[in-house]
Design a protein around this ligand. Structure first.
Ligand code: ZN
Length: 146
């Protein structure tokens, strides 16, 4: 994939009062998820009630940015034409170290993705906004400057 992801004409996220902290953090290259102050579990996607204990005491915290690839798909025919120049590309289900699973863009690595790959957060400018993409830890090591 040699396309400039930031030049893509992809649709913008729908930002609500509930999801605003997530998108504000994403724009700063961070990944924030909710944390339940009653049952101590992490929560994603953003909600007003904890899915584990029904508490409304959810606070935003920075996630570690570490995760594991639970499943993935190589997209050849995007659901929106704005993604066509980047196809084929990989989207994956990332099991965050904190517990929740999130769908994310997976950056190309030195080898094709495999279920179980260790991933790390790799904030990436896509379509004019920074989004919380992920890349394999092996890729991150190989891309370190000498
Ligand atoms: Zn809870």
């Amino acid at each position: 994939m040699s396309v400039d992801l930031n030049a893509l004409k992809t649709p913008a996220p729908t930002i609500t009062a509930l999801t605003q902290p997530f998108w504000d953090a994403a724009a700063q290259g961070r990944l924030k998820i909710q944390h339940c102050e009653d049952c101590d579990k992490a929560v994603f996607y953003p909600r007003s009630i904890c899915p584990h204990c029904w508490s409304t005491r959810l606070a935003w915290r920075d996630a570690s940015g570490r995760g594991r690839l639970k499943s993935f798909s190589q997209v050849h025919k995007p659901g929106h034409p704005g993604w066509l120049p980047a196809a084929p590309y990989v989207v994956g289900l990332v099991e965050l170290a904190e517990g929740p699973t999130m769908l994310s863009f997976i950056l190309p690595g030195a080898r094709p993705p495999h279920v179980g790959d260790a991933l790390m957060l790799a904030p990436t400018a896509i379509g004019g906004r920074v989004l919380p993409a992920f890349k394999s830890v092996e890729t991150a090591t190989e891309e370190k400057p000498q």
